[in-house]
Design a protein around this ligand. Structure first.
Ligand code: NZQ
Ligand code: ZN
Length: 401
């Protein structure tokens, strides 16, 4: 967002200037996927249909999408096979396919991995060099193809975010970059399409969306009460619905609450007037880059460890988190106790929804800690709430053991 914190006398900060610019049209509710043809046709007649490993064929969504696109006379080119933690090799294939066939529009049908792959293709098509250049910072997006989304898993928030995260198999670098031009034009979100999600994916999605809020919540900016309270409300909504959605996966209302929360968590509304942290995401990306674990599961391990490492930097903020999100009573004589109780609540919650909370749970040992920590800070120190060097990152991996 490019804001600058303005320091008042006495070291306090004002709410930052901000621009909230999110163009993604959200089309939410039952049967909305049937409108995908109508929504897509205004972007052209040649469309790349991008999807993952087969869940959309099993659920019948693939057929619905094809019928709707054909009804509008759209010519469809297909590229399936996006893996969770999407790969640059498939992005390159997609770029070539789009260039060879003069594709006008990319439709991503799936989750964050498919959408991120679509975004990288969309940028790569309008660029002469290699799409990986965007992820290393060698190139910036001047132009890109428009993208649309039919979302099947609430988690990454990529359906209206500016970011994309892709893995380069050459060295197993998982890297992110963002540009608001990459925000999808529309996101079709039918909670019924998420009924088929296995409990593990549902829980990993819940963890990821909570992490997106927490990354923004732990800020050094002070006068951001509305944004704080929006963050807390979204966290409480997710927590309140999480167990029901796992016990009763075809409960429409609960799936709907979770799905909408996932978008709100990451569309940048909860970022307004402040700078978020984002170290935990970078630390996690090293894990899913090397070990190919699910991003949400990696965050369930890293986030509590990061909190234990940084909480002393601003105990009051952790006390607020414990009290307003988890209803922990504030102990005025011992705020540290309250702060730690909030972290414990978060950890217990992740456990209760079936997430691993230690690296041991995920069968990861300390063999690569030092390498991962060095790799994580290759472009500079991580985080904003607290700046982390390689040593600090390694200590967080150790806390996460
Ligand atoms: O490939 P298919 O067969 O479709 O199966 C997928 C995949 O195996 C399955 N799935 C999706 N919808 C389903 C379903 N299975 C049954 N029923 C359904 N309705 O779920 C598995 C995971 O899919 P994936 O797209 O990988 O999940 P998610 O949305 O969690 O995306 C994770 C990726 O997003 C990145 C992560 O790093 C990770 O690579 N992120 C992207 C962000 C962004 N662009 O803004 C921000 C996030 O922090 C995150 O880093
Ligand atoms: Zn995430």
């Amino acid at each position: 967002m490019g804001q600058r914190t303005i320091i008042k006398k006495g070291g306090e900060t004002y709410m930052q200037n901000f621009v909230f610019d999110n163009k993604t049209k959200i089309i939410f509710g039952k049967d909305t996927e049937q409108t995908v043809g109508q929504e897509s046709v205004s972007y052209g007649n040649k469309l790349l249909l991008h999807y993952g490993g087969g869940s959309i064929k099993e659920s019948g969504l693939y057929d619905t999408v094809i019928d709707s696109l054909k009804a509008e006379g759209i010519e469809i080119f297909e590229l399936g096979g996006v893996k969770p933690n999407p790969r640059i090799s498939l992005v390159r294939e997609g770029v070539n396919l789009c260039k060879e066939n003069d594709i006008d529009f990319i439709l991503a049908v799936g989750g964050g991995s498919v959408i991120d792959s679509a975004k990288a293709i969309a940028a790569g098509v309008k660029y002469e060099g290699d799409a990986w250049d965007f992820f290393t910072g060698k190139a910036v997006v001047e132009d890109c193809l428009p993208i649309g989304v039919v979302l099947t898993i609430p988690a990454a928030g990529s359906e209206s975010s500016a970011g994309t995260v892709v893995t380069n198999e050459d060295g197993w670098y998982k890297r992110a970059f963002g540009d608001i031009k990459l925000r999808p034009q529309f996101a079709i979100m039918n909670p019924v399409l998420t009924y088929s999600l296995p409990p593990y994916q549902t829980a990993a999605g819940i963890t990821d969306m909570m992490a997106h809020i927490l990354e923004r919540y732990f800020t050094n900016d002070k006068h951001v009460e509305l944004t704080d309270r929006l963050c807390e409300a979204t966290l409480r909504t997710i927590i309140n619905n999480a167990h029901t959605v796992l016990e009763d996966p075809t409960n429409y209302d609960t799936r709907a609450e979770i799905m909408w929360s996932g978008t709100i968590a990451h569309n940048d509304l909860l970022n307004t007037g402040r700078t978020g942290d984002w170290a935990s995401h970078d630390i996690e990306h090293e894990l899913s880059g090397i070990y190919d674990i699910t991003h949400g599961a990696g965050l369930a391990i890293i986030f509590p460890a990061w909190m234990k490492y940084v909480y002393k930097h601003d105990i009051n903020r952790f006390v607020q988190f414990a009290n307003r999100v988890w209803d922990v009573e504030i102990d005025l004589n011992n705020p540290e106790k309250t702060a730690l109780a909030g972290i414990k609540k978060l950890e217990e919650f992740f456990k209760s929804i079936g997430m691993p909370t230690t690296l041991r749970d995920a069968e990861i040992d300390d063999e690569h800690f030092s390498d991962m920590a060095k790799k994580a800070v290759e472009k500079g120190q991580l985080g904003n709430f607290v700046k982390l060097c390689a040593d600090a990152v390694e200590r967080i991996y150790r806390i996460a053991m």
